[in-house]
Design a protein around this ligand. Sequence first.
Ligand SMILES: [Fe+2]
Ligand SMILES: [Fe+2]
Length: 277
Amino acid sequence: MPAPVPGELVRVAALADIHYSKNSAGSMAPLFEQIVEAADVLVLCGDLTDYGLAEEARVLAKDLASVKIPVVGVLGNHDFEAEEQKEIAQVLGDVGMHLLDGDAWTYRNVGFAGVRGFCGGFGRGALGPWGERIVKDFVHEAVEEALKLEAALARIEMPNRIALMHYAPIRDTVEGEALEIFPFLGSSRLEDPLMRFQVTAVFHGHAHKGAPEGKTQTGIPVFNVAHAVLKSNYPDRPPFRVFEVHTAAESTEPSVTPVGDRRHWGRRATDRAPSSS
Ligand SMILES: [Fe+2]
Ligand SMILES: [Fe+2]
């Protein structure tokens, strides 16, 4: 891998919820070809399989084997359905995918921290650890995932930190789903580490009918890259998004620009028009 250069640009393609089934062989191959042309790294934010079967992961692994750029990602709730998540991770790891579960991985000047995340709701509506043991255990899972995310972010030494998760860390990007299921789509407990470490951007999936973009309370951009969200919000484009990550140089902060959009998301939350066009 070439040495990192301060201030360079890394193109990150992001996608989630591809839900590979036993019959999906080749279904994403044309899309993966386009991604390889458009980006330096591919991020996959969970629900890689439909029923959580290792057999489904093997179908995906075959298609991923032709992706000649690094692939990094996390598992989603569907990948746990059959309790074959360890085998799924092994199968995808064997074709070179970097699956993160409280770990960090670095590409050039950019550090990626990933967890699956969990649910429990947002803000004042978040479920608290009170009452029955089973409620406490449920909340504990979200707290554990947030702690894992924090530990992973702490391991990244460079200022360019990208966070990956399956569940949503904020309410904004689940807007569009039925209000009744908001608490099952994510947890704002995942938001605290993002703000503490001032990550450059966050990618997640899970909310198939959610909104593509939102911000943390401190203005960090959060992108819901679920396949269905991209298809419905950007019907004139192939269903993946590419983000130019402008890594930090001596005098500049990291920032991220979605390719094809006329916006530039600085770490401090300001949407600025790009200087050209
Ligand atoms: Fe999904
Ligand atoms: Fe999901």
